[in-house]
Design a protein around this ligand. Structure first.
Ligand SMILES: *Cc1c(COP(=O)(O)O)cnc(C)c1O
Length: 367
């Protein structure tokens, strides 16, 4: 039995009529940008995230970029980022002219290690950007405590962990401004590109509303040099429908992870995901590690099982950051992860038989 890396079918087929009806209402309303669907989705998503305000934008990268801009992070500032994140976290910092200061992750949870942050703080440090990687919430208590002690801003990158919690608090509710992504494959996915910022600060919310829409609150009056990064009505309408199902989809992801954990425990040198104390994991990705990663991926591919690597090259070794002067060996934990991680098939609606097929094929490789 072939198992694809990702299938939308079990998520999308049962709600097809509901989503298409919502899209038809937008079509008939003849109002396509910044209207009642965006307002309704922003209200629903701020409630879901436990944050007072939500501002819909065009994508997750813009959400991070506009967050940094609204908080006044810019040239001369240093921003602490994980060494093992998706490149978007770093790009947002580079866009505002600030400098990325990578910090290595906890090798067990793969999330930014609070115990390593203080050594990276200088008099230029302005902000910390924790990334809730693969769907696991970072240890936000110590991170917020360090930020308070050093008077730093916190911008959560919550693209992968909608609905995860750290000591009971929801991701996207801790930082001064937090970005998330509704790229189709994310836990809450749009039917194209979309993203949002969550914040508890009214003034920051207003700044971001202005920045996303040409620096304007009142049509044709421009307060600042803004951007065009709006969430559109079609995407907002689809997202409002899908958001209702997200808690159930998250439960399914967590069940699938438990099945994988049971079946992969002790198989070869496979390391299953470790969840830090006080954190929950919403399994945007189910990532294992093995020294035999490339050969195992080939073996699974031949058996029709789709896998991916998140991510094969850490940001500091990307050509885009060649001028930063980092070399192989600069961030050994991130490099080790890049060389050993493998993301297995994971999507809501995946069956126990499909999980068994993947696990058995991994077992077959090690035998
Ligand atoms: C997907 C993702 C983003 C960017 O989101 P887009 O909507 O693709 O721009 C940022 N950070 C992380 C960790 C992501 O996974």
């Amino acid at each position: 039995m072939a198992v694809p890396f990702l299938s939308f079918a079990p998520q999308h087929n049962p709600i097809r009529d509901e989503v298409l009806a919502a899209l038809a209402r937008v079509y008939d309303s003849q109002w396509f940008v910044l209207g009642e669907n965006v307002r309704a989705f922003e209200a629903a998503y701020s409630t879901f995230s436990g944050a007072r305000y939500c501002i819909g934008v065009a994508n997750g990268l813009d959400a991070l970029h506009l967050s940094l801009l609204a908080l006044g992070v810019g040239p001369g500032d240093e921003v602490i980022v994980p060494s093992n994140t998706y490149i978007a976290t770093w790009l947002a910092v580079s866009y505002v002219g600030a400098t990325v200061v990578p910090v290595e992750p906890d090798p067990a949870s793969y999330n930014l290690d609070p115990r390593r942050i203080e050594a990276a703080i200088t008099e230029r440090t302005r902000a910390i950007m924790p990334v809730h990687l693969y769907g696991q919430a970072c240890e936000m208590r110590p991170i917020m405590e360090i930020a308070r002690r050093h008077n730093l801003l916190v911008i959560e990158d919550n693209a992968q962990a909608q609905g995860a919690t750290s000591h009971g608090g929801l991701t996207g509710s801790f930082g001064h401004a937090n970005g998330t992504s509704f790229y189709p494959g994310k836990n809450l996915g749009a039917l194209g590109d979309a993203g949002a910022i969550t914040t508890n600060d009214e003034e920051i919310a207003r700044k971001i509303q202005t920045l996303r829409n040409y620096g304007s609150q009142r049509k044709y009056y421009n307060e600042v040099i803004g951007y065009n990064s709006r969430l559109d009505e079609m995407q907002a309408a689809a997202l409002s429908v899908k958001l209702q199902y997200l808690p159930e989809w998250t439960r399914q992801r967590q069940q699938i992870a438990r099945w994988y954990n049971e079946k992969l425990q002790g198989v070869g040198d496979i390391q299953i995901p470790v969840v830090a104390e006080g954190s929950t994991h919403v399994y945007h990705l189910y990532v294992v590690r093995t020294a035999h990663r490339d050969a195992l991926q080939q073996h699974l591919g031949k058996a029709g099982i789709g896998t991916l690597i998140h991510y094969p090259v850490p940001p500091h070794l990307q050509q885009a950051y060649a001028t930063s002067g980092y070399l192989v060996g600069s961030f050994p934990i991130a490099e080790e992860l890049a060389n050993t991680c493998l993301s297995l098939p994971m999507w809501p609606g995946m069956t126990p038989e499909q999980v068994t097929t993947v696990a058995d094929e991994i077992g077959a490789y090690f035998n």
